[in-house]
Design a protein around this ligand. Sequence first.
Ligand code: URA
Ligand code: SF4
Length: 190
Amino acid sequence: MTNWEELHRRCMSCQKCALADTRTNVVFGKGPKDARVMFIGEGPGENEDLQGEPFVGRGGQLLDEMLSLVGLSREKNFYITNIVKCRPPKNRDPLNTEQDACIGYLWDQMALIRPRIVVCLGRIAAMRLISPSYRITREHGQWMEKDGAYYTAIYHPAALLRDPTKKPDTFADLRSIRSKIREVCPEVYG
Ligand code: URA
Ligand code: SF4
């Protein structure tokens, strides 16, 4: 079992896949280490690569605004990270080989945090963490229980920026997330 310091050090100097050659910064993750809720995206974009923090661009701003409506903030009560920790060039989807190389860092983060609730942001994260055949349009907002944690997925904030007609569905999913938090880890709102 690893510890945070060692895990962070290994990840920040990682050269396990070709994304190391084009990154500016490794984007490790952000939030309290005792968070009960985790949000997981696919990989850093341009702003994240430049700043070394997950979801800090326009999509991240929208996400923070929406999550604040259900009482969630990365300063206080959720941890946020990605499937791959380095930016794929031109924001293409991370390749399976890159995901395979990187996913161990996420497993270690999850082993250290032991979240009760895991929310995938978009299809790529849901395909990795929920089911390889996951269909975001059909399955967003549904819950699945695995190893003592509850998993769901919502639309990726970039998808909401492209198509705002998806927002009401996402607000419904966020209310469902709030209910699940009240049910399984009410201390989040304590
Ligand atoms: N999109 C993601 O999936 N992750 C980020 O950190 C930023 C944008
Ligand atoms: Fe290492 Fe992950 Fe970055 Fe690839 S994406 S270099 S595996 S930290």
